[in-house]
Ligand binder design. Structure first.
Ligand SMILES: Nc1ncnc2c1ncn2[C@@H]1O[C@H](COP(=O)(O)OP(=O)(O)O)[C@@H](O)[C@H]1O
Ligand SMILES: [Mg+2]
Length: 731
């Protein structure tokens, strides 16, 4: 087996990990022992952690308990990892029910060794049934559907049990609301007519009990709605963040953070609508369905009046929908712009303050606020019209019914009983609420559609990694080749890279120089798979970059940029950055490699010192060294330093540079720097100009043959050897 040879820092790989890796390889997936996250204090990797490890690498995996007869049935189903009692593992690769044996391979045995046949007796001595199943992941297209109203509904519908309770409670409530008016009817008609005290007492008792029930049921209904809302919100939060974080970097570069944040929050507005307004209106409609027949039974004429009035109300509200939607679109746009301004100002506050841009920012803010105010006002004005028109109709419905009902009672004293009229009045009040609610709902539906569009605009963009299981996961050694690579940023005309070809062996320390905008960063971006719409080939160890699993690719790199974000937390947390399976010892080793150890140890709490973005207790040089420590902690095969020392003072730069040679040992380095003197030790230096590769060679050779390089060098080192430079130029 070759796996033992390329073991990570921590010695030989545990046989259980080896067995899992062999099983993975059967399906063409390379599991990386670095990613394995065991629980502290365990003697041997446990089944759950192993299966989580495989899932993290994009496989389907389950920890199971099997019996002998299960093993017989597993014939031809691919390898199964058997966890033995002594903490080791074996790979079950076949079964023969006729001879009652299974074929087991020892993961530590040389690959050429045949598997060992084992019978039930012998297996039961070393194995008590613990096993792990692994498979290649099938494409799970439906696991992550696009974000639409329908999918949001689906999310709500998942709360089936609570929804059913809600439904039952609402139907019960509806019936309970019908009874009191009918009781009143009885009281008036019977009690008044026959003056029966006992009937009155009975009816009063029943009414009291029903009020109690109604109170309790109403409380339960609100509680259930709340629970459904909270649960859906939690799921939504997970889903939204999960999608957001998988958007390509490109997206974040093109959209201000404030805009994205605002749009994302719209999701919750939609959710609130669905589990709030929408649901309660729907439940009110249940009441309506129960009420309507009774109204018609009580008095058909009056019932028709109610229906006509309600229909009028709905028509008025519907008529205002379209103009209101248009204006609401403006409100949303204005709001988005406003929060973008706020976000930009906060994120760029250093620049704002140091350039004394406060007045300009304030002016912009004023403008944005005014814009929002203007459209909100317009929207408010317009939306008050339907309210205005609806009010008289609503009032007529109540008062008119009384008048007409009274008239009917007077005109025809056999047809309409006074008690029935009272009951009708009480009930008809309950009709208008759900109907008006329904109309308002349709009105609000427009708003929600807008909010949904905003959220979907962010959430339904193509994701960067569609499936964690796609792509190969080779173990890199670090040879990089570009073949005829041409790349143009979307939205620009001039290619940022133009037919770039080069080829460097693993372990090369490569310097990249060139004027600003010449394409140095773009080369490193293509290499990391940030931009993927290039023509030509980028190859790592001969494998096409596009075929490599993106997460695997990125985790094989260490990257240090000019500005590196430090997360809130201790220095140790920042170096480890939450990567699984790493300890303080790893952090210390990385800090030492990055030359950060001396200053960390001088800090008040050492590795536990608390830092955050913009922390005043770190200098620029210290931040960069922390960033380098964070980049090298996983021992990446390829390290990219893009102007990592450009913002540093000469002393800090010298410190970092002094460590570079040490860091470079055993890995491929891409060092972008505009200070050529820090690159003289590089194996190769690449000179770029306007997206073209002018030359690639060691320093001495470039001085000889590349005029652009010579020029840059002379510019930066004029103070050193003026006569020499003049000699070179004249010769
Ligand atoms: N995200 C981007 N969108 C559009 N154009 C870009 C983007 N990043 C860089 N460019 C353009 O691509 C060219 C190369 O940029 P870059 O590789 O960053 O140069 P360097 O790192 O050498 O300064 C420049 O002309 C730059 O304007
Ligand atoms: Mg750059």
């Amino acid at each position: 087996m070759s796996t033992g040879a390329d073991a990570p820092r921590s010695g030989p790989i545990h046989p259980r990990l080896l067995a899992m890796m062999m099983a993975g390889r059967y399906y063409g997936l390379e599991l990386d022992p670095i990613d394995y996250r065991g629980e502290g204090g365990e003697t041997a990797p446990n089944a759950a952690a192993l299966s989580t490890w495989a899932q993290g690498a994009g496989m389907w995996s389950r920890a199971v308990r099997l019996r002998w007869r299960h093993l017989m049935g597993l014939q031809g189903a691919g390898p199964v990892v058997l966890l033995f009692n002594d903490g080791t593992a074996g790979l079950l690769i076949g079964a023969n029910p006729e001879h009652k044996i299974v074929m087991v391979r020892d993961p530590r045995a040389p690959e050429a060794d045949p598997p060992v046949p084992v019978d039930e007796m012998r297996l039961s001595e070393v194995w008590n049934g613990e096993a792990i199943l692994v498979r290649a992941q099938r494409g799970h297209a439906d696991a992550d559907p696009p974000f639409t109203l329908r999918s949001l509904f689906g999310l709500v519908m998942l709360e089936g049990k609570s929804l059913r309770d809600l439904f039952v409670a609402s139907v019960a409530l509806s019936f309970l609301t019908i009874f009191p008016p009918l009781m009143v009817m009885t009281v008036i008609d019977k009690v008044m007519t026959y003056r029966s005290y006992s009937t009155l007492a009975l009816i009063s008792t029943i009414l009291a009990i029903m009020i109690l029930y109604e109170t309790l049921l109403g409380h339960a209904r609100r509680l259930i709605m709340l629970i459904v809302g909270v649960r859906v919100d939690a799921k939504l939060n997970l889903h939204v963040f999960n999608r957001l974080i998988r958007l390509p970097l490109d997206y974040f570069e093109r959209h201000p953070a404030g805009e994205t944040m605002y749009k994302i929050t719209q999701v919750h507005q939609v959710r609130q609508f669905i589990t709030g307004k929408l649901m309660s209106t729907f439940l009110d409609l249940i009441t309506l369905a129960v009420l309507a027949p009774i109204l018609f039974w009580l008095n058909a004429t009056l019932a028709w009046i109610v229906v006509v009035c309600s229909a009028l109300i709905m028509l008025i509200i519907l008529a205002y929908l379209r103009p209101m939607r248009m204006i609401f679109g403006r409100v949303i746009t204005a709001e988005t712009n406003k929060s973008a301004t706020l976000g930009e100002t906060i994120f760029g506050i250093k620049t704002v303050k140091s350039l004394a841009l406060e007045p300009q920012r304030k002016a912009q803010w004023d403008e944005r606020v005014a814009e929002v105010g203007k459209w909100r006002l317009a929207f408010g004005k317009l939306s008050s019209w339907p309210q205005t028109l609806v009010t008289p109709i609503e009032r007529f419905m109540w008062v008119g019914i009384v008048m007409i009902g009274a008239y009917m009672a007077l005109a025809d004293d056999t047809g309409v009983a006074i008690g029935g009229l009272f009951a009708f009045m009480m009930l008809s009040q309950r009709v208008s609420t759900p109907l008006v609610g329904l109309a308002r709902l349709i009105e609000e539906w427009e708003e929600v559609g807008g909010a949904m569009g905003q959220a979907a605009d962010v959430l339904n963009r193509p994701l960067e990694i569609d499936n964690a299981g796609t792509g190969v996961r080779p173990r890199f050694s670090g040879a990089v080749a570009f073949e005829d690579v041409t790349f143009t940023y979307p939205g620009t005309k001039v290619p940022a890279l133009n037919k770039i070809s080069f080829d460097i062996p693993a372990g090369t320390m490569l310097g990249l120089v060139g004027r600003s905008g010449s394409g140095k960063s773009t080369i490193t971006r293509l290499l990391q798979g940030i931009n993927r719409e290039y023509s030509g080939f980028v190859k790592i160890d001969g494998a096409d970059l596009r075929a490599i699993n993106l997460r695997h690719l990125r985790s094989s790199f260490g990257v240090v940029l000019q500005e590196n974000f430090l997360f809130r937390g201790s220095i140790r947390d920042n170096i480890l950055a939450g990567r699984p399976g790493l300890t303080l010892d790893d952090a210390i080793r990385a800090a030492r490699l990055a030359g950060a150890e001396e200053f960390i140890e001088r800090m008040p709490n050492g590795y536990e010192t608390y830092i955050e973005e913009g922390s005043p207790n770190l200098s620029g040089g210290q931040r960069q060294r922390l960033a380098i420590a964070r980049a090298v902690i996983t021992d990446p095969r390829i390290l990219i330093l893009d102007e990592a020392t450009s913002a540093l003072d000469p002393e800090s730069e010298a410190l970092v540079n002094a460590n570079l040679l040490r860091i470079a040992r055993g890995r491929t380095m891409f060092i972008v720097s505009h200070r050529l003197s820090s690159l003289v030790d590089c194996d190769q230096i690449m000179v770029l100009d306007k997206g073209q590769l002018l030359d690639i060679a060691p320093h001495e050779v470039l001085l000889e043959r590349c005029s652009v390089y010579r020029q840059l060098w002379a510019q930066q080192n004029r103070h050193l050897d003026k006569p020499g430079a003049r000699n070179a130029a004249s010769s």
